[in-house]
Write a protein that binds this ligand. Sequence first.
Ligand SMILES: [Zn+2]
Length: 243
Amino acid sequence: MNSESNGMANLKPVYNSKITCPVCDKNIEVTKVRSKSIRLIAQDEDFCPYYEECNPIYYEAWICSFCGYAAHNSVFEDASFMDRKLVNEKITPKWSSRSFTGERDIEQALDAFKIVLYNLVIRQAPSFEFARVCLRIAWLYRYKGDADEEKRFLRYAYDYYQKAYSNEPLGGGKMDEYSCIYIIGELARRLGEPEEALSWFGRIISAAGQPEKKQKILPRLLENTREQIQMVRQAMQTGKRSV
Ligand SMILES: [Zn+2]
């Protein structure tokens, strides 16, 4: 049902794909990035990615133009009975139909993510969903060079990842436990809380000392953790706050 495979020359990096909205059941279009156009060139320590051409993060916020339902693309089709009810009662009556398909610039990506965030508030979504969306909004502000807004959303992400870690089952297509611990530590570091950062990173190091736990930790994650611990300690020694 998509046009990725058509043989036109000079293909745009994005294409529209038809899906059914899980809330209003209408056929809608969402914009996806062609896999050929995705070339990762760098990544920050909190996983913020940089791409050569087209940034797929811009397209992760999916919105139904008819009813106003919005979610991260990985869970868009998972709307529950309660989600449908809450969107029908509290979002659709105030929604004015508009299109979100086609190429997005950074401002359009931010708009789309903020509509997702509003949906999460109305739907009382799990903390993990809030954390993921707030982290992406923080990255978009980082790309823009808006450090104040970036920090504000990093703080939200930090709080929500901690809630998700202590109250919600991880795994099942979501983030694994140790990636979650790592990101909490890294967000603490970026927010200028070195003791907190060391305490979270330390959990990964002590888990790595136990063989049955060590096998669940990705080698690269362990390597990153060690590097970040060094960075925090150096920053503490020189008396400078990190970031
Ligand atoms: Zn809909």
